[in-house]
Design a protein around this ligand. Structure first.
Ligand code: MTE
Ligand code: MO
Length: 324
């Protein structure tokens, strides 16, 4: 018999309270049970996503990549789509859900520029077909001290980098996002220098965890979450995960980034999730999971690299207090 089981009904430990090794082991045990039929028909596997979605958005079929799925309970779709940072659409958490309806996501192109064999432009359709879409369940932690767990859909950015054929001079990658006053009411507020830009070192960009993201919860991205294409870098603070990307530039020198230009002493280039290095205004030692932890609940511990220990090797020999 097939039993319908929602992810939030599966009894799993809080991943933030156990070690990443245990997370991995328990996920393997979980997947083992699925394979054995004990959790058959959960919908967690296969082409469709099991997660609650909107009634109108376009479906985006993708296979769950269980190697890249944390055990934590996914955040409710309602929370993930109404509590957003997307300053082009206002600075209040509720603003983007209200105002991002004016974002025109089709037609859309992403141009690949800079230190590459030959610059080119891809439309969204071509971008979607570049590599098989995967569903991955990642934690996203904002430097403000809250976190979510979201089933994203996309593929490793490395697939696009390979296609771009970067030259030997390409040491960093810069993401330039849309800045259009007609579509984005927040641009009249000069709080950040528009367009919002972000960047990664080439080895960070090529790490398989770095996800070029076109969807979430089984569907195309809602506008407020960065439609039609964004990046998700799960071991870094949320602001590194730039939304609504229009240009990807391969560059020799470390690119300027929007938040670093806003306040360099608060927002470094690297911005790895690090419980040992506090932001001047917020502790980074703990966090509140949106939709789960009330304001009076004991906060959960923030994990080094947000629990993604695989990336530690990228920073061997670097003083992460200096390169925060
Ligand atoms: N273009 C753009 N991208 C952005 C932002 C933004 O203001 N503009 N905010 C960042 C911040 S601070 C966070 S925490 C995440 C939030 O992503 P989410 O709304 O999908 O959870 O998006 C990041 N990407
Ligand atoms: Mo953030």
């Amino acid at each position: 018999m097939l039993i319908k089981i929602r992810p939030d009904q599966i009894d799993i430990p809080l991943a933030s309270e156990i070690t990443p090794q245990e997370v991995y082991a328990s996920r393997r045990a979980f997947m083992g049970k699925v394979a054995a039929g004990a959790i058959a028909g959960s919908g967690l596997l296969g082409a469709g996503s099991a997660f609650a979605q909107s009634a109108t958005a376009r479906k985006l079929p993708a296979k769950l990549n269980s190697a890249y799925a944390v055990m934590d309970k996914p955040t409710a779709y309602q929370d993930a789509t109404t509590y957003n940072n997307y300053y082009e659409f206002g600075t209040d958490k509720a603003d983007p859900a209200r105002t991002a309806g004016t974002l025109k996501t089709a037609p859309w192109t992403v141009s690949i520029e800079g230190e590459v064999k030959k610059p080119f432009t891809l439309d969204l359709d071509a971008l979607m077909k570049l590599a098989p879409l995967e569903e991955r369940i990642y934690r996203l932690r904002c430097v403000e001290g809250w976190s979510m767990v979201i089933p994203w859909i996309g593929y490793s950015l490395s697939a696009l980098i390979k296609k771009a054929e970067p030259t030997g001079n390409a040491k960093y990658i810069e993401f330039v996002t849309l800045a259009d006053k007609k579509q984005m009411p927040g641009l009249s507020d000069p709080i950040l220098q528009w367009p919002y830009t972000e960047g990664l070192r080439m080895d960070e960009a090529n790490h398989p965890l770095t996800l070029l993201t076109m969807g979430m919860y089984g569907e195309v991205l809602p506008n407020q979450n960065g439609a039609p294409v964004r990046v998700i870098v799960p071991w870094k603070y949320g602001f590194k995960s730039a939304k609504s990307i229009v240009r990807i530039r391969f560059v020799k020198d470390q690119p300027k980034t929007a938040w670093n230009m806003y306040a360099a002493q608060e927002y470094g280039f690297y911005s790895n999730v690090n419980p040992n290095v506090d932001h001047p205004r917020w502790s980074q030692a703990s966090e509140r999971r949106i939709g789960e932890d009330g304001f009076f609940a004991r906060k959960r511990k923030t994990l080094m690299f947000n629990g993604y220990n695989d990336v530690a090797g990228l920073y061997t020999g670097m003083d992460l207090k200096k390169y925060f």
